[in-house]
Design a protein. Structure first.
Length: 284
């Protein structure tokens, strides 16, 4: 039963949700290439999964480096065989409002959170096609890619882009054997807040508000268990589910966002007549 016997390539696999997804894939009988920028955490993650009987490889990869993807894919496939599951999960939190975000941080966040998801798909789609058979792409977005969340301007932009890109991928791949899912987690107990504080201090030159960092860490520690989220993700991919969410509590905000969008159309006087592209899409 899928994904038994498949080979997965998971980015951001050294920690948090990526490690949880990798662990669930291993438990379901897949072999996993663990890709991450952090070699020492990568080694520790591989050791932990091998102790559980997993067949894994480590690939050091900066997902934001366009020149590094082909080599990383080759290395993974040389060790484990043809990859049929790509989990583009690595991500960073730029951790600031639009006013305080510098262009450097803006570009850095987008390079990792969204450009890398394009690079991953561009690297593996031709390999999936050549290998043939069932394949799957999972992109990790966030609730911040569905509803407005203040004080994370670059992050929110990159996560809305991830949801948008995933929708585009799904539309392009409809009818093929390649499935697409997008994971939109709420709070999950990982290390991501620590990296946000580092960004504020080292890249934005903002003294990280220690009280806020501590508060965020406390909140994050009460989030979902990354291993449980990983298990949910593998079940959802197996079932061909597109949108994966982790917490029901956001539903009222999702409804408000959808209502705002709908009423922009319903309340509009239609002054430009009918749209030829819309006619095509509605029929199709
Ligand atoms: P984490 O910080 O525990 O793990 C992220 C991993 O990505 C780390 O191992 C890090 O070394 C790696 N990484 C960072 N930059 C990289 C790069 N340039 N190249 C390769 N690897 C890189 O964080 P977490 O929470 O597990 O994050 C995973 C994904 O989940 C991210 O996309 C994040 O935005 C998303 N997410 C997390 C939520 C949470 O509450 N923890 C909520 C919603 C989304």
């Amino acid at each position: 039963e899928w994904p038994r016997g498949e080979v997965a390539f998971v980015t951001g696999a050294a920690s948090g949700i990526g490690l949880g997804i990798s662990r669930a894939l291993v438990r379901a009988g897949a072999r996993v290439a663990l890709a991450d920028i952090d070699q020492s955490r990568l080694d520790a993650a591989a050791e932990a999964l091998r102790d559980e009987g997993g067949v894994v490889a480590t690939v050091r990869l900066d997902v934001s480096d366009p020149g590094a993807w082909e080599g990383a894919a080759d290395a993974a496939e040389a060790e484990l065989g043809p990859v049929t599951i790509l989990c583009s999960n690595a991500g960073v939190n730029g951790g600031s409002s639009a006013e305080k975000t510098t262009y450097e941080v803006w570009k850095w966040v987008h390079a990792i959170n969204i450009d890398a998801q394009f690079l991953g798909a561009a690297t593996f789609l031709p390999r999936f096609r050549e290998h043939g058979g069932r394949a799957h792409i999972l992109n990790t977005a966030s609730m911040a890619g569905i509803i407005p969340i203040p004080d994370v301007a670059a992050y929110a932009s990159s996560k809305f882009a991830s949801v948008g890109f995933s929708r585009a991928l799904r539309a392009d791949l409809e009818g093929s054997a390649i499935g697409v899912s997008v994971l939109c987690p709420g709070t999950v107990a990982t290390r991501i807040v620590e990296s946000a504080a580092v960004v504020q201090e080292e890249m934005l030159g903002i003294e990280a508000d220690r009280g806020a960092v501590e508060g965020n860490l406390r909140m994050l520690s009460q989030g979902a268990d990354p291993d449980a989220v990983g298990q949910q993700v593998v079940e959802a991919m197996a079932a061909g589910q597109f949108l994966i969410v982790t917490h029901k509590d956001f539903l009222p905000i999702v409804r408000a966002v959808n209502e705002e969008m709908e009423s922009a159309f319903v309340d509009f006087d239609g002054r430009h007549g009918s749209d030829p592209a819309a006619a095509m899409l509605v029929q199709g």
